[in-house]
Design a protein around this ligand. Structure first.
Ligand code: ES4
Ligand code: ZN
Length: 324
């Protein structure tokens, strides 16, 4: 079964590129850029990856991103992720990046996006891997800062397919970003938002009704509202679910408690994704393997999850036909 899960062609729709920074590369870049990490070794750093909740993780994740300084750093980060995708038969990817994490410490928007998108272009040329880059706003920052980030993206719109919303969900509901999402939509960008990860089902409803998103990232707490589940099924709204992330951040106490297969079986368009694989213990295959071990996922269920990823991806209609 593990071999089957690795070999089946997959797509990834919920992946923070900064969350693919493996400890070894973090140390290498720290050394190269003359940055002091508050850990003596890779082992000591890994020992810190024991999170009580989303905020515990975010604190380490933002700190880790400090080692990313040059366009080449962003290229190498992205290329390392692409190599994992190659090994796991991931043929289409829609990575997120968090420009504000970098521009707020003096790295230019162009440095970040040029490094990432050059790696994605090379993956397309060398392996035929298709991709679409999604720019996320940090929801703990202000609406004005999100508007400023959207302005910085203007000269680079050819490299971005959509925008997203990530970081701390508690205390920063979708309503805060209603106007900036409307502006992005008017610019022709696709829309996604993290909702119903740590926050309530109402955030999923508000992401749909106030932000008009095309997909929901996480959305697992939608299952607390049976009416909402009916709506997701009826309106065919896809959820990009991240099983290892949810257990590492204690959204579910154990993988055996995870609701992804229950939602799949009632007709919600759920997909499997790795979120921040360097921090949560695995890439896409490891997420599928975890569902197999904890929930006895069948091959048919695994294939249905992959089909959802292709169908609800933002790939072109021609590319979708090739993938399914
Ligand atoms: C994230 Cl798991 C998760 N949730 C919200 N924001 C994020 N940024 C990176 N990973
Ligand atoms: Zn995420």
């Amino acid at each position: 079964m593990e071999n089957f899960l690795n070999a089946m062609p997959k797509a990834e729709l919920h992946l923070h590129i900064e969350g693919t920074l493996e400890p070894e590369l973090m140390f290498l870049l720290a050394e190269r850029n003359g940055i002091n990490l508050p850990y003596a070794s890779v082992e000591q750093l890994k020992a810190a990856y024991d999170f009580g909740n989303l905020q515990d993780f975010l604190d380490l994740y933002y700190q880790g991103a400090d080692v990313l300084q040059t366009e080449q750093d962003f290229y190498e980060l992205t290329w390392a992720y692409i190599e994992h995708c190659r090994a796991q038969h991931v043929i289409h990817i829609e990575p997120f990046f968090d420009p504000q994490t970098h521009t707020d410490r003096g790295i230019s928007f162009a440095t970040v996006i040029n490094g990432i998108s050059r790696a994605l272009d090379d993956a397309k040329k060398q392996f035929g891997m298709s991709s679409g880059l999604i720019m996320c706003f940090l929801r703990h920052l202000s609406e004005a800062q999100a508007f400023e980030t959207l302005k910085q993206a203007q000269p680079h719109l050819d490299k971005i397919i959509g925008i997203g919303l990530d970081s701390s969900e508690q205390g920063h509901p979708p309503a805060k970003f209603e106007r900036v999402f409307a502006k992005a939509k008017s610019m022709g960008l696709l829309l996604v938002a993290h909702a119903g990860e740590e926050g309530p089902a109402q955030n999923v409803i508000d992401a749909l009704d106030m932000l008009h998103v095309d997909r929901i990232d996480h959305g697992v707490r939608a299952s607390e509202d049976p009416q909402l589940i009916k709506r997701l099924v009826k309106e065919k709204i896809a959820l990009t679910v991240c099983p290892l992330s949810n257990t590492r951040l204690k959204v579910f106490s154990d993988m055996s408690e995870h609701n992804i297969l229950k939602m799949l079986d009632v007709g919600v368009k759920v997909t499997v994704n790795s979120d921040d694989p360097a921090y949560f213990g695995g890439y896409l295959t490891e997420n599928f393997v975890a569902l197999y071990h904890a929930l006895d996922m069948s091959k048919e269920q695994a294939l249905a999850l992959c089909r959802n990823s292709f169908e609800y991806s933002f790939a072109s209609p021609e590319r979708k036909v090739e993938m399914v």
